[in-house]
Structures are given as C-alpha cells and as structure tokens.
Design a protein around this ligand. Structure first.
Ligand code: MG
Length: 384
C-alpha cells in the first residue's frame, strides 16, 4: 500500500429507490451517464487524486459494474449506516496520505473545490466545503411558525470532505458518540481534530428529489452539442429467397451477399451513429476478417454503436434511413422496420424514419445487381 497517495472514497451504499426509476438514485442516469459514474469521473480526473474506491450496498455489484463500465475503481461492501459504510471503505483502502470522502449523489464536483480542500489540509487534519445559508430559518414544529433562527455563523455542509487518512480512520475506529453522525467532519471533531471550512459550490448540491434530477438534466442539456453522422452501405444480390432488411426477414427472389447477414439498412444506421461520435466505422468495429461476425445478426452491430454513443453521454435524437432498390418493395414493411429499429435503439418510433427510393432503373441498383442504403443520425453529446 502506498502511504503517500491521495484516495477518494465514494459512499454509494444507499438503496433508496423511492424517487422512481426503480433503482437506487446513485445508479440512475443523468443525461445518459449514471450519477455514480459522474462522481467517479470528477474525482478520477483530478490530477492530485491517485485512486477512487467505492462503497456499495449489498447486492449492488452488478449495478456498479454496469454503471461504471471499464472505469478503474476498487469497491467493497458498505455497512448498516453511513458511518459503518465509511469505516468499511477506509479499512478497505488500508493506507493513504489523504482521503476525500464523497457522497455519490453529488456528482457535479468542480476541480477547484478539491484544490481548496487539499490546500486546507496543510493546516488541519480535516477540511470540508460549505455554503452560506441564504434562506430565513425558523422553527416550524407542527406547521405553526416558531422563533426565527439567526443565520449568523451557520453554514450548509457539502462533500467531499478531506482528511488525513490515519486521523479519520482512527477517529472512525474510536467513535463513541451518542447520535449517529451524518457526516465525517463530526467524527473527526469527535476525535478532537480541527476541521476547516472552505467555500463549496452550488454545483455540488445533492440530487435528492425528482426535481433535482430534472434540473440537472436541463442544465446538462444546455451544454450539449448536436452531432450529425451519415452512413452508406451496399450489398450485392446473390442466390437466395429472402433478404434481411432492418432486422426483418423479407421474402425476395434473391438474397444479399455479405459476411454478416448483409442487412444494408442496419449497416448504414450503424455507420451513421459511429459518425456522430467520430469512432471509426462498422468495418473497424466488426472486421469482415473476424469469423465471429460470419452470418451475424446486424442488430448486434447497431446496438453496439448505440451503446458507444450512450457511453459518451449521448442522446440519440433521430435516425433517418433511405433504402435504394428496385425490389423488394419496402412500403409494405416500412412500419415494421421502423418498429424494429426503434426497439433496437430503445427510441420512440416517432424518432425513426424509413424511406425508400429507386434509381429509375439506372446504375447497379437499377439493374437489380444489389441494394444500397443511406442513413443520417442526429445525436446530442456533452461538450468536450
Ligand atoms: Mg454492409
């Protein structure tokens, strides 16, 4: 264990799903990215932080793995209370110089707050971000107003909270307080340590209520940019009795030749989606030389491209496909094709367009030698 490292400990052990969405709020997505992934990214990308450890609730391993993808974090199980979870996380980390203890539900962490916290640790064993109280405070037992409480000297407490690692671990091990602490500054002060307050940030507000998620989505939406990608594909006709088109088996006097199932429609949309994130093309992700893709269902390719867009926090707004051929007729299958594409992309059908045209018997499609498809995809992505 490296005793000189600075480690971030994210507490994500809550199981509260009452806000809706069916899963604990730290695993819910905000603008396409899970809350906990945003918290991890904010800490892991800070140059002073060497490692990130996450404390999760019982049975949340699969949720964490899905939310974090290939992000390099360690994790361990939490306990019955927040205090138990933090202590378990500190024990799992083992050794460090400083630790920043953070709540997963505060995903929008400006780097400047981390700078201020770590700077303050030169002068004390603990430092926390706080904000001034701006609202009037009153006692309101039972709905009838009581006395107004002076705001003088009061502050609102945020996380991450930064500590000398040995000091906060010992303080947690020695905690004897009567009331359950709601943050780690209380534990540090209980052990006699001085805890400094540094300016927090309004961006760090905790995502608690449904409206908090909506506000965060709206704020992130304002800094998303539109991307448009295009895709083109061609496959030659060969002997056979059906073609695969937009995931559907369509009876025809010929088949389409290709390494995979030769679905020109899905291939064009896949390339259009890859274009929105500037991430190569279908051939670079699924090379025809790879035997794994022989006869492959092209729905797999499309869903992989969509997952890459999603991993970048992207939102697919619309896909528009044009199929170019003399036959088979697309019209009778248009609605089913839209439904299948919408299903593969988990999009409302109103955001999926399928069009068809001939080339007036000109060129290879006009001579019925093959089919072509063109697609355009519109995506919103967080600003880079
Ligand atoms: Mg193709």
């Amino acid at each position: 264990m490296d005793k000189d490292r600075i480690v971030a400990l994210i507490v994500a052990a809550g199981s509260g799903a009452r806000m809706g969405g069916g899963i604990p709020k730290q695993y819910r997505k905000v603008a396409g990215v899970p809350v906990i992934a945003r918290a991890v990214d904010a800490l892991a990308s800070h140059p002073a932080i060497d490692a990130v450890h996450v404390v999760i609730g019982a049975g949340q391993e699969a949720l964490l793995a899905e939310a974090l993808g290939n992000r390099a974090v360690t994790s361990s199980p939490g306990g019955a209370s927040r205090r138990d979870s933090v202590r378990a996380g500190l024990e799992a980390i083992g050794a460090a110089k400083h630790v920043l203890i953070h709540d997963a539900a505060r995903p929008f962490l400006p780097a400047a707050v981390v700078d201020r916290l770590l700077g303050a640790l030169d002068a004390a064993e603990g430092a926390i971000p706080t904000l001034p109280v701006v609202d009037t405070l009153v006692r309101a037992d039972g709905g009838t107003l009581g006395d107004t409480i002076s705001r003088d000297g009061l502050a609102r407490v945020q996380t991450p909270q930064a500590f000398g690692f040995d000091a906060i671990l010992a303080a947690h091990r020695d905690w004897r307080g009567d009331a359950e602490p709601t943050d780690d500054a209380q534990v540090a002060r209980g052990a006699g340590h001085t805890v400094l307050a540094v300016p927090g940030d309004a961006m760090l507000e905790k995502l608690t209520h449904e409206a908090d998620f909506a506000a965060a989505e709206a704020r992130l939406g304002a800094v998303m940019t539109s991307r448009t990608g295009m895709g083109n594909d061609v496959h030659a006709f060969a002997e056979g009795d059906h073609v695969m088109l937009c995931g559907l088996k369509i009876p025809h006097t010929q088949a389409l030749a290709g390494h995979s199932d030769a679905d020109v429609g899905l291939h064009a949309i896949t390339d259009a989606l890859l274009g929105t994130i500037a991430d190569g093309d279908i051939g670079s992700h699924f090379p025809p030389s790879d035997p794994r893709w022989k006869g492959a269902d092209s729905g797999t390719f499309l869903q992989h491209a969509a997952s890459l867009v999603e991993a970048k926090g992207g939102i697919i707004d619309h896909v528009d496909l044009t199929i170019i051929c003399e036959a088979p007729k697309v019209g009778p299958h248009r609605q089913a094709m839209r439904e299948r594409i919408a299903e593969l992309l988990t999009l409302p059908i109103g955001r999926v367009s399928v069009k068809a045209t001939t080339t007036e018997q000109l060129g290879f499609t006009g001579r019925r030698e093959g089919m072509a498809a063109q697609a355009v995809a519109s995506v919103r992505l967080p600003e880079e």
